[in-house]
Design a binder for this molecule. Structure first.
Ligand code: AGP
Length: 689
């Protein structure tokens, strides 16, 4: 889950790349590197190191590098340890080609073995490095020209005209060919009777005999021709950028998920490809931007091109070509990003996490603003469908858990909630009448996209719920609901979790035909949510954080909607404080977890009017074993050693009760001196399986 960035244009590239990578740091931050094509020497300059961008930037001074063409990468290690050698950009043996990659090359071992047998030398342990060597290998093989293959044929009578052929392995004889626009490489042709005109030929290995050829535009290289009767005219030599073709060939060898940017000494261009890993283009008057998402180039342009899988891009100064390696020429529209630069900035907050927590009074109102017709269609799909699944990971999964309770409570509809990484175990239940809700704030979580592929294989319908317009998931669904939370930069999901819960509430109410009531209650929630970020509340949570910093274990319990809230709260605390925090259903306590309680063990209990008695008696069982009970509830209770006062909002408790725990998690991280925005070992969107 890395962040990649590129720029080609008339501006100095290095400051643009460094600032862009800073905005991508939430995608991975264990090492960072850049490559620039010097406008002075024409040589490739690479600087990379281990650490967060600010640290490495101060050490290696990226902005000193000159040139208008550059690429940059911030890493989240998957293959190979965190080291300078394993950080990107990676180069070929000669150091003339530089590549950056986000994703996983599943066949990297066999490719590496093939390249090692050919004498390539590798400097790191990553899967990505093979890409640079593949391009080098193709360029050195002299086998250039468009990639694509024609099957071997005995003899060819007559062919009208041929536009472009990848490579011709062997053809017995050719009687007459009208015109040939371009041929990648010709291995052997028995005999050629007559060819109208040949625009360009990559390389010709051997041709038996050629009777007559009208005109030949350009020939890259000819190995052997037995005999040529007559050739009218031969045009220029040389073939389109061989780097471009070598990249096209190299990308064709890759299996897995990849967004790759590549550049080479001697060619003023950036070549890129994307498959199952995010890559978008930004268009400004002075140049073209490449990035894993829109936030790195928002300050320069809002004109964005969302690339599809297998899109192949060649950007030169002042020109941009996009084609698709499967579908050929394509026309990708330029969209306009709604988000503002400010939204993607911290403003007066010290951390994105706190800023995004404070935004929830507004974002929950935006979450309910959905296109009525789309909601009605989805309601109909649920009513007509046979089997509904909610599929997600992490916090989105917790929102789905809450959603399934709300669907049952409000609309009397059963929903199967499945972790996306476990969804394959349910594939045989899916039919073309099944409805699958795929929920992912980033819209790029690989497990969720994989689950969608599995559902589509069975003909099931997909409803996508995401926060990122243009993300893979936003394009996969039969119906799309946008969360409208604005950019969420902190690795921890906060405002997007509460927005997802609100959308679940809306869907359940729409199914039950009471969406007006839902809209009214969400409106009323504005002030309650706003008040949760009051000075008093923050001080009380800071005090609690001071009490908890020394603890090795923290437990949380709840029943019903309070149980799913406890799950989400536990995730927030563990993600950012690294303290082992676990949630249990209140009723499960006596079936095992109670054994974990000792003197002073902190236990949070989430209370609502609906199940107060039972959950308070669970808390008393813990208290009786010396546990330290922290109540999250609208009213105090003698069993509480610490009370966090939160209004009881019935079915909307999963929103109102989650927020104080988000703030507590934040305060814990700050007290522990940890970075709440970039917790260790995590990244904002998990784009590999
Ligand atoms: C939550 O704080 C984490 N960032 C993580 O669990 C996250 O919810 C999960 O990776 C799913 O992300 P998504 O919603 O972007 O798919």
């Amino acid at each position: 889950m890395c962040g990649i960035m590129g720029y080609i244009g008339t501006e100095k590239a290095s400051p643009i790349i460094s600032r862009g990578l800073k905005n991508l740091e939430y995608r991975g931050y264990d090492s960072v590197g850049v490559a620039m094509l010097s406008a002075i020497s024409g040589s490739l300059e690479i600087r990379k190191g281990v650490g967060k961008i600010d640290e490495v930037q101060n050490q290696l001074k990226f902005d000193e590098l000159d040139g208008n063409i550059g690429i940059g990468h911030t890493r989240w290690a998957t293959h190979g340890t965190v080291s300078r050698e394993n950080s990107h950009p990676h180069t070929d043996c000669a150091g003339k080609i530089a590549i950056i990659h986000n994703g996983i090359i599943e066949n990297n071992i066999e490719l590496k073995e093939m390249l090692l047998r050919k004498g390539h030398r590798f400097s790191g342990e990553t899967d990505s490095e093979v890409i640079a060597h593949l391009i080098e290998d193709r360029m050195n093989s002299g086998e250039i020209g468009p990639v694509g293959f024609v099957d071997p044929a005995e003899s060819v009578e007559s062919v009208g005209s041929v536009e472009s052929v990848g490579s011709v392995e062997s053809v017995e004889s050719v009687e007459s060919v009208g015109s040939v626009e371009s041929v990648g490489s010709v291995e052997s042709v028995g005999s050629v009777e007559s060819v109208g005109s040949v625009e360009s030929v990559g390389s010709v290995e051997s041709v038996g005999s050629v009777e007559s050829v009208e005109s030949v535009e350009s020939v890259e290289s000819v190995e052997s021709v037995e005999s040529v009767e007559s050739v009218e005219s031969v045009g220029s030599t040389g073939f389109g950028s061989c780097f471009e073709d070598a990249c096209r060939w190299a990308f064709g060898q890759l299996r897995g998920s990849y967004a790759v940017l590549a550049m080479v000494e001697g060619a003023d261009e950036i070549v890129a490809v994307r498959k199952d890993s995010p890559l978008v283009l930004g268009q400004a008057d002075h140049g073209t931007f490449f990035a894993s998402d829109v936030s790195p180039f928002l300050e320069w342009t809002k004109d964005v091109i969302y690339l599809q899988n297998h899109d192949f891009v060649v950007a030169e100064k002042g020109s941009l070509r996009i084609c698709n390696l499967i579908d050929g020429e394509v026309d990708r529209p330029v969209d306009t990003v709604e988000w503002s630069v400010e939204e993607a900035r911290k403003g007066n907050f010290e951390h994105f996490m706190l800023k995004e927590i404070f935004e929830q009074a507004e974002t929950i109102q935006k979450a309910i603003q959905q296109d009525r017709e789309v909601v009605d269609r989805i309601v109909q799909m649920i009513q007509e469908g046979f089997g509904v699944f909610f599929v997600a990971c992490g916090s989105s999964y917790h929102a789905c858990m809450t959603g399934s309770y709300l669907m049952s409570k409000i609309a009397g509809v059963h929903v199967n909630v499945v972790l996306a990484s476990e969804f394959e175990n349910y594939e045989h239940f899916l039919t073309d009448r099944t409805l699958v809700f795929a929920v992912s704030q980033s819209g790029e979580t690989a497990d969720v996209l994989d689950a969608v592929k599995a559902a589509k294989r069975q003909g099931s319908k997909i409803v996508s719920i995401t926060n990122v317009m243009g993300s893979s998931l936003s394009r996969e669904g039969d119906e799309l609901l946008m969360m409208n939370s604005g950019p969420e930069i902190c690795v921890l999901s906060t405002k997007t979790y509460t927005s997802q819960v609100i959308m679940m509430e809306l869907l359940a109410c729409a199914l039950a035909g009471v969406e007006e009531d839902c809209a009214r209650r969400v409106k009323e929630l504005y002030m309650d949510v706003h008040n949760l970020t009051s000075k008093n509340m923050r001080e009380s949570l800071k005090k609690l954080a001071d009490l908890l910093v020394g603890k090795d274990h923290i437990y949380m319990i709840g029943r019903g909607l309070q149980y799913t809230t406890a799950m989400e709260a536990a995730l927030k605390v563990k993600e950012v404080s690294y303290i082992h925090t676990e949630a249990f259903a209140g009723g499960e306590l006596k079936h095992g977890p109670l054994a974990l309680i000792g003197e002073g063990t902190p236990l949070f209990v989430f209370v609502s009017q609906e199940n107060e008695d039972r959950i308070v008696s669970n808390a008393q069982e813990v208290k009786a074993r010396g546990g330290y009970v922290i109540g999250v509830s609208d009213w105090d209770n003698p069993v509480f050693d610490y009370w966090i006062k939160v209004p009881d909002c019935g079915n909307l408790n999963p929103v109102i009760q989650a927020i104080p725990l988000q703030i507590l998690a934040y305060e814990l991280a700050v007290v522990l001196g940890l970075d709440p925005d970039k917790p260790r070992n995590l990244a904002k969107s998990v784009t590999v399986l």
